[in-house]
Design a protein around this ligand. Structure first.
Ligand code: ZN
Length: 428
């Protein structure tokens, strides 16, 4: 199907805005053209001089725990995991996880996320089916804590493998899979190695939390005599494609090692701040040439899945921390939240509005005081420093119109919110 979205200002990081239209051929962008279209299409939408921007790529989250939003604030990671997350998750039923997943989809879509990574240990095949049915795009992995009996560990790896076998490159390529052991402090070395072998066998991404808190990192060093980054390297895990979540507590040598091994990082500033975990050395990592992407983590530690907020937080905290406003530009951060994220997730052809790329983008309503003066040359600045996610009025994923005038076209928002409240009540 040929679609045209006309009368828009196309904004990519680092590029001059284009006042014109985009032509879609099926799930791809066929052309980006300046001016007015004279050709015909199966469908033509008038963008009313609003901005067309790449959809956001959220590189770390746990949709299944969305009903725990606000359940345990103001505590450090280990206390929060042991007293809030893990005991609650033990009581989760199928309905709980489904309601949580749907809620996450609604929240992400309404804030302009078109691709996301999800690590979760419950009902991942069902979530994959939901994503396939509703038009989303995701990197999915069975979250695995490598503790327990040998049989339990084997079962987890088997589930991870089945997810790959059944869902990798499915739903017209909107779903890819990855291997996701939880973290070096919850997975012994042999479990990490087996996970990496599985990722290598199927040629998929390896994703894990790493060096999130000082405590966990110091305990790892005490136990193994190695920093978790050095340990993953020693286990030869960096020979495959790796994306690390957090990477907060790193020294220069660890940053150098990540760069040398081409490891990407998912920076989750709000979750790290809220749990008091620290601030990742993003400026140093970027200077070293590491691909630092942006993720929200779950609503249980964030407490939103709003990539606009996350991008702005990332843009601002490092300037303050380093007392250097030039430590990153709006374009850098916008790129990290879009094309950089897609590269970190190993999804080529995603994250940019250009010919040949997948048609994943958002239309932003620019008629608002906080986006005025509405000058094209200030668009990237406005997107990072002023835009609200509620300014996003339409969203497309793989050429499918997913939200129009803030109304979701593939999910019943009212029903999802009702069910989420109902399931959260049940948990109390
Ligand atoms: Zn996480």
């Amino acid at each position: 199907m040929k679609q045209i979205i006309k009368n828009v200002i196309i904004i990519n990081p680092y590029e001059e805005p284009v006042k014109g239209f985009v032509v879609l051929d099926g799930d791809k962008i066929d052309r980006v053209v300046s001016g007015e279209p004279e050709e015909r299409a199966d469908s033509t939408i008038d963008g009313e001089e609003n901005w067309l921007i790449p959809g956001f790529v959220n590189t770390h989250g746990h949709a299944g725990s969305s009903l725990l939003r606000g359940a345990g604030d103001d505590m450090p990671l280990d206390t929060w995991l042991k007293t809030i997350m893990w005991p609650n998750e033990k009581r989760f039923q199928k309905n709980t996880v489904e309601a949580a997943g749907d809620l996450a989809l609604v929240e992400m879509l309404k804030s302009g996320t078109t691709t996301f990574l999800d690590m979760y240990h419950l009902n991942m095949p069902e979530f994959a089916q939901k994503i396939a049915d509703t038009g989303f795009k995701a990197v999915l992995g069975r979250g695995m804590i490598g503790l327990g009996s040998e049989d339990e560990k084997k079962d987890k790896l088997k589930e991870a493998e089945n997810l790959i076998k059944n869902w990798h490159n499915q739903a017209e390529g909107r779903i890819v899979t990855a291997v996701m052991p939880h973290a070096p402090y919850t997975c012994p070395p042999d479990f990490l190695t087996k996970s990496a072998d599985l990722a290598a066998e199927y040629g998929v991404l390896f994703h894990t939390h790493c060096a999130e808190t000082a405590k966990e990192t110091e305990q790892h060093i005490d136990k193994y005599g190695l920093h978790p980054v050095e340990h993953l390297h020693q286990l030869e895990i960096f020979k495959i494609n790796v994306l690390l979540a957090h990477a907060v507590h790193l020294e220069t040598e660890h940053i150098d090692l990540l760069k040398k091994c081409n490891v990407a990082v998912s920076h989750n500033p709000k979750s790290n701040l809220k749990l008091g975990s620290g601030i990742a050395p993003v400026v140093q990592m970027k200077q070293a040439g590491i691909n630092v992407t942006i993720g929200t983590d779950s609503t249980a530690s964030n407490n939103t899945l709003d990539m606009v907020e996350e991008m702005r937080m990332s843009a601002l905290i490092h300037k303050g921390l380093h007392e250097d406003p030039a430590s990153s530009s709006a374009a850098d951060v916008f790129a990290s939240a879009t094309i950089g994220g897609a590269e970190g997730l190993n999804i080529p052809g995603t994250g940019k509005i250009a010919a040949g790329y997948k048609a994943d983008f958002c239309l932003v309503n620019t008629k608002a005081a906080h986006l005025t003066p509405n000058l094209e040359e200030r668009a990237v600045s406005h997107i990072v420093y002023a835009m609200k996610s509620t300014d996003i009025k339409d969203v497309w994923i793989h050429g499918k119109h997913m939200m129009h005038n803030r109304e979701l076209l593939t999910l019943d928002e009212e029903k999802v919110l009702f069910e989420a409240d109902k399931q959260a009540q049940k948990l109390l």
